[in-house]
Ligand binder design. Sequence first.
Ligand SMILES: [Zn+2]
Length: 342
Amino acid sequence: MPKSKFVDFKAVKAAITMEQVLQHYGLMDQFKRSGDSLSGPCPIHKGSNPTQFRVSISKNIWNCFSECKHGGNTLDFITRMENVSVHAAALKAIEWFDLDRDAMSASSETDEEHSSQTVKSAPTAPPKPVARKPEPIPEKSTPNKPLKFRLDKLEREHPYLTERGLTLETIVDFGVGYCAKGMMAERIAIPILNPEGQVVAYAGRVPSEPEGDTPKYKLPQGFRKSLELFNADRAFKEPRDMPLVIVEGFFDCMKLHQLGCRKVVALMGSTLSAAQEELVRQHTNRHSQVIVMLDEDEAGRAGREDIAVRLAKFVYVKVHTFEQEGRQPENLSAEEMAALFA
Ligand SMILES: [Zn+2]
């Protein structure tokens, strides 16, 4: 194990669920759900009694009441399944669930293995405070994995979608719809495709304006939106001499598409990641035009400044501004849209 890898076990534990871990091992179909618990045969000692192993879904802990007579958290489970150290288990979890490597790397005091070594090597003097920031786990450009399933039975004609101005044609075209149950239950599910056209995630939008701090969108754990541009699969198939429009949100993108602007991608936020920048670079040339059209608000203005500077290094950039505070590309009328491209 390379010694430069410092892992924040707490962050890894917080980022994954027992359900995900069981899913990773392909065990979910052996488990029965009842309220907050999952029960099934113990995958660690490979028992057969269907109630010997229990998981608390909300607490993300497990217990084997049979041979193992043991329980623990997600990392303890991986540790036992793989027969490795907790450090190795955490690295595996980061890999399997494509967790953000920077967020999962820690200062040395939280890496148990490392701090115990520090103490051992200096038994007489108190350990010096570590000034050097531990090296982050090397960034690996693991792409988002294509999903092996599709959310079906999505309700296409949901009032929320109509209220946002989408036609049934657009709704079907983007494959969005209201999800009654399943991973995006009671949300509008929006499939996110990679540039190759494979579905890599579903985003779930609350079909109303959420109260308080409730986030509007839910994205699957482990999915890295910074690696994708929404609608890239179709936008990049459009002619190279057409300008590429960059917007923030799914609905901006779908709405512009509906108005006939087919070469449009959404950042799924107001910043452009390095990976997204690279995607744009790969699909443009030095004659290409890019129109940056973010929301007319503080985040949008900050985002577009940065994006314009970065993209201007390799394409012609036009920054679109709205006169009215708070306006978004989603609000553009067909006339305004036409004027834009005239
Ligand atoms: Zn067991």
